[in-house]
Design a protein around this ligand. Structure first.
Ligand code: 5RP
Length: 275
């Protein structure tokens, strides 16, 4: 691997732990204004707690302060909305643009087992060919079609295919027997969080994934839709980088929660908001 590729990967994966906590905020590229991301200002306090921000170029340009220290991995695929056939994606952002935006990586979805499986895989190949020229790591996201089971057989197939095509790291979902997915994939795997679940369950999932061989997370809704997003990302970090248990991490989330305001305080807050 060339210096540029290694250097960018070391921005995403902490060289001390070899792991990463990526914050995924790209959901709007097919879901529109997702709960928790309607106003992107809400993610500002999360950014310093992330090892990498996974984002589209539109949000990066319009909503993210260019002075941030956190590296960026750019979502470069898209096309269909949540109303259409999600597998009908293409590459939407050029490598030149990724370089211009100082991206440390680029990511796109592949849809193994879906209608446009073969096109998404050949798009991945093309993206990697170009990314290799610039020394930019490629994240392949094993998106799951509505009809596919999220089990180790299917996710293992999708992750291995992505690695064989040349992806430098892969994002997938946690599942039972996740160690089988990790064992069969020769490049680092990060897990997506999926739909919002109770905080302790999301932390147990993180712990389970790390213990089974994941190299981190690229988590979105279970962080930014939490009632304590900063506490939640700190808790996830403690599992990923310090190896604490989900229960210990849950204490971090709980202890950093702002106390619920009393009725009279709420009235004052509401009045202040009107000023
Ligand atoms: C959507 C994505 C998201 O980045 C990914 O799903 C992570 O977010 P979440 O933790 O909310 O699932 O790639 O295709």
């Amino acid at each position: 691997m060339d210096f540029g590729m290694k250097n960018r990967l070391s921005k995403i994966f902490n060289p001390k732990t070899g792991k990463t906590v990526m914050l995924a905020v790209d959901h709007g590229y097919f879901q529109g204004p997702t709960t928790g991301l309607r106003d992107m200002k809400g993610i500002t306090p999360l950014i310093p707690n992330a090892d990498c921000l996974f984002v589209t170029r539109g949000i990066l340009r319009n909503c993210i302060d260019p002075k941030i220290d956190t590296p960026v991995c750019l979502r470069v695929s898209g096309g269909p909305s949540i109303l259409g056939d999600l597998s009908n994606e293409d590459i939407t952002t050029s490598m030149e643009e990724a370089v211009r935006l100082n991206a440390s990586g680029v990511g796109m979805s592949i849809f193994v087992g879906a209608k446009n499986e073969d096109r998404t895989i050949s798009n991945l190949g093309r993206l990697i060919n170009e990314a290799e020229r610039y020394g930019i790591p490629v994240l392949a996201i094993t998106a799951v079609g509505k009809e596919m089971a999220r089990d180790s057989r299917y996710l293992g197939l999708a992750c291995r295919m992505a690695a064989e095509i040349g992806a430098h790291f892969v994002k997938t979902y946690f599942c039972e027997d996740f160690h089988k997915v990790a064992e069969g994939c020769p490049v680092p795997i990060v897990i997506a969080g999926g739909k919002k679940i109770p905080e302790l369950d999301a932390l147990l999932m993180t712990e389970g994934a790390i213990k089974a061989g994941a190299s981190g997370v690229d988590m979105g809704r279970n962080i930014f839709q939490s009632d304590n997003p900063v506490g939640m990302i700190k808790a996830v970090r403690a599992i990923v980088h310090k190896g604490v248990s989900a229960k210990e991490a849950f204490d971090i989330y709980e202890k950093t929660k702002k106390p619920q305001s009393t009725g009279s305080e709420r009235d004052i807050d509401e009045q202040m908001e009107k000023v």
